[in-house]
Design a protein around this ligand. Structure first.
Ligand SMILES: [Zn+2]
Length: 83
């Protein structure tokens, strides 16, 4: 297997594990839902968290997104502030 591809996959898996660990920690602290992303200010579409190295909020409909953050709460906060 191509070494670069292998490393990219390992990175992605680590990101997912990191995201899941964060989610588990929030659940354990009963912080779910901490804050939910509001509807898209642009089109009213449903927004969700995306994870790839960092976490950001992206509209499922029009693709509007925040910049990347290290914490999902930070990304949601930024989204809700209408970045
Ligand atoms: Zn949108």
């Amino acid at each position: 297997m191509d070494e670069e591809l292998k490393n990219a996959i390992i990175d992605e898996v680590e990101n997912i594990e990191y995201g899941l660990a964060q989610l588990k920690e929030m659940l354990e602290k009963e912080k779910i839902p901490p804050i939910m992303p509001e509807k898209c200010p642009c089109c009213g579409g449903i927004a969700g968290a995306q994870l790839s190295g960092s976490v950001w909020i992206e509209c499922r409909k029009c693709g509007l997104q925040t910049k990347g953050y290290n914490l999902v709460e930070k990304a949601i906060e930024a989204w809700n502030r209408r970045v």
